[in-house]
Write a protein that binds this ligand. Sequence first.
Ligand SMILES: Cc1cc2nc3c(=O)[nH]c(=O)nc-3n(C[C@H](O)[C@H](O)[C@H](O)COP(=O)(O)OP(=O)(O)OC[C@H]3O[C@@H](n4cnc5c(N)ncnc54)[C@H](O)[C@@H]3O)c2cc1C
Length: 393
Amino acid sequence: MRFAFTPQQEAFRGEVNDFLRGALPAGWEGADNAIDDESYEFGRQFLKKLAPKHWIAPAWPKQYGGLEMDVWDQVIFNECMGYARAPIVNTAAVGYLGPTIILYGTEEQKRQHLPGITAGDVVWCQGYSEPNSGSDLASLQTRAVQDGDDFIINGQKIWTSQAHYADWMFVLARTDPEAPKHRGISYFLVDMKTPGITVRPLINMAGGEGFNEVFFENVRVPRSGLLGELNRGWYIATTTLDFERSSIGGTSQALRSLEDLTRFAKTERQAGAGTRIWDRPAVRHAIADLWIDLEMARLLSYRVVSMQARGLVPNYEASIIKVFNSEYVQRQARVGIRIMGLYGGLWGEGPWAKLHGRFSKSYVTSVGGAIAGGTSEIQRNIIAQRGLGLPRQ
Ligand SMILES: Cc1cc2nc3c(=O)[nH]c(=O)nc-3n(C[C@H](O)[C@H](O)[C@H](O)COP(=O)(O)OP(=O)(O)OC[C@H]3O[C@@H](n4cnc5c(N)ncnc54)[C@H](O)[C@@H]3O)c2cc1C
């Protein structure tokens, strides 16, 4: 079977690429994987360039700042962004909270929250995980107690990506402690400026301040902050997770890295030998495997897209992509640093770090990719139970 995009779709690809060439600095090689204030600010400025074209969330309804873009055009758009290594800020809002509000929000909530996201003004973070609730998320202990028309939230979240920059957070909290654990959770939209919220950054092993601990002490949230029905938040939360795991068009960044690595192996001489790195059969085999796997990742992603194009919400199919892509990035990083030999351990822009140290950095940061949004083990459980129909252990 041969997949091809239509001439109109290819024209759109050209338009996006032209825009990106103008919007990103000349010779742009991408921001460092580890987030710092400077790269984050650059990302927010970049959002402001996307906003007038309605390209922050192009799939969303026009009345909320989207373009109602066809899902295949979104793939093209995401592929161009990934390949250009364009900064991606506000993924939580654009990728998964927004689509959840579109499905479950009241008209008032849609009007309150979606235009701020598509204008590039409001950034969100995801308050799911807690110190003792990650994979078993439904065991979460953060409490929300009704008080008149408001809810009062107390508890702690952890690993909250970008909470130190975010304006709002979507939070899961227990509203009925007597009910079975999945049936006593509600989904809240919380302004990060509300008194009682404290954010404490955590430094990851790449030296970046990507995620945080967030403490809630008597945080008052109005009823308008409740998304969907009281105590039905778990079912909304899992929809958000399906959107999170199915990131479409996500392989193009890996494609660019693999092109770089292949070029590097073909041109670089082995230290102390006259031959090229490429002359070693083991290197060629490892790179060939990466190309094959990358094509598989792309096709798995297109499978999910074709489901979305038919109005279906992917479930275990999204888990397949999540586990395959996140582990692929790890394999790619591993091959990359091995090929570079002792230089493979260096990162940054120093004279000895190869390919901007991207592979050594990715070797470290890609560990988190296989944990965030549900670990690989959890994705495999979902695939086994919902995809293959195997019994629960
Ligand atoms: C880079 C990064 C960004 C993140 N961003 C966010 C964020 O923005 N918001 C947020 O809420 N959370 C975020 N997280 C947290 C993430 O969702 C959790 O780390 C993840 O769900 C795993 O939970 P845990 O860390 O508590 O590990 P645990 O659940 O304690 O798991 C520990 C180990 O046990 C295994 N395990 C657990 N249960 C099972 C099982 N039933 N079967 C087989 N193996 C099992 C796991 O696979 C894992 O290897 C982020 C994490 C990372 C790494």
